[in-house]
Design a binder for this molecule. Structure first.
Ligand code: SAM
Ligand code: SF4
Length: 317
């Protein structure tokens, strides 16, 4: 093992390959499992600047990060989003991705075509305009659907993420499976997580992946795919041609294979979504990165931490 690899591997043998960058906490939707109706967002002046973000990411890529995903809040709300995407495209990363609600995606697609950012995970919790509005507390269903179809037509790798909740959208499970087959777009069903605003309604709304599969088994057969050890989803080919996955964050957390580090909007690196501890990289000299990274990797928990005081949109989902 080279010295470089050694620094990126923790005591459990997990190799850190992926970086999830949260660009901001603000959003143009108010999904009921994610945000309160009137959230307080951090002042814009606290966001890491474009320059800081690029310098931080370059240093982390030099030390072994191979894949970068931009998230938030809603990353496309940052005015410097395209600049960030282009600067990151110049780094030697194997994969550059974006997690977005797609409300502002369509106008960016033409420009993104010329970048390395080709992997789009789009959040869509309903295929019905009214239910979309109920869940997100905003209009915008048609805009999001148009963006999804255009992105697919342009040749981006598009996946849809749907957070499934009892009594909210579980009646749409089968419709999503049909839609995935019709449009050749993989859909990943997320178990809702007991975090932030969900804490008070978790018991009532939680639907496990095994319950989702049981609901679908009457109509479909599943063929399990060979997922990579650090995959966050268990993926299947379905008898109707759909590609679906389940993200079992609650019933079967994927900590044992975790290869992710996180960067908060303020430029703090954290070992885990469920930890508030981290190290501010904005003011750190490049020479001090290896030691900081070693400290962060040593802090990585081996299994799911039961409680995260910060909501998801502040850390980056
Ligand atoms: N705004 C972007 C979006 O919605 O795709 C990116 C940020 S959002 C926090 C990232 C992902 O976290 C989304 O797929 C969203 O559905 C998911 N998410 C947020 N709160 C969640 C919760 N309580 N349980 C499960 N997933 C959640
Ligand atoms: Fe916004 Fe994404 Fe949270 Fe929905 S899930 S409120 S789109 S940050």
């Amino acid at each position: 093992m080279s010295r470089l690899d050694y620094r990126m591997v923790d005591k459990q043998g997990r190799r850190m390959r992926k970086l999830r960058i949260s660009l901001l906490d603000a959003c143009n939707l108010r999904c009921l499992y994610c945000m309160p109706e009137r959230p307080t967002f951090m002042p814009q002046k606290d966001w890491a600047s474009t320059k800081d973000l690029i310098r931080i990411t370059r240093n982390l890529v030099t030390l072994g990060i191979e894949e970068v995903r931009l998230t938030g809040g809603e990353p496309l709300l940052r005015r410097d989003f395209m600049e960030i995407a282009h600067e990151l495209s110049a780094l030697p990363v194997k994969k550059l991705g974006l997690t977005t609600n797609a409300l502002l995606l369509a106008p960016h697609l033409q420009l993104l075509l010329h970048s390395k950012l080709q992997h789009l995970n789009i959040s869509l919790d309903s295929l019905d305009a009214e239910n979309f509005c109920r869940i997100t507390r905003r209009d915008g269903f048609n805009t999001v659907m148009d963006a999804i179809y255009t992105a697919k037509e342009f040749g981006f790798s598009v996946k849809v993420n749907a957070v499934m909740m009892k009594g909210v959208n579980d009646h749409e499970l089968s419709a999503f499976v049909k839609w995935s087959a019709t449009h050749d777009i993989p859909v990943r069903f997320l178990e809702v997580m007991n975090i932030g605003v969900m804490k008070s309604q978790f018991r009532e709304r939680f639907l496990s992946a095994s319950d989702m599969m049981a609901m679908l088994r009457a109509d479909y057969q599943f063929n399990a795919l060979n997922d990579t050890p650090d995959s966050t989803s268990r993926n299947f080919h379905v008898s109707n041609g759909a590609k679906i996955g389940f993200i079992t964050s609650e019933s079967n957390p994927f900590c044992t294979g975790c290869s992710r580090l996180r960067l908060t909007p303020k430029g703090q690196i954290r070992p885990c979504l469920f930890m508030e501890e981290g190290i501010d990289l904005k003011s750190l000299a490049s020479a001090d990165y290896p030691a900081a990274l070693a400290a962060i990797i040593a802090m990585k928990p081996t299994g799911r931490i039961p409680h995260q005081p910060q909501p998801m949109y502040q850390i980056g989902g």
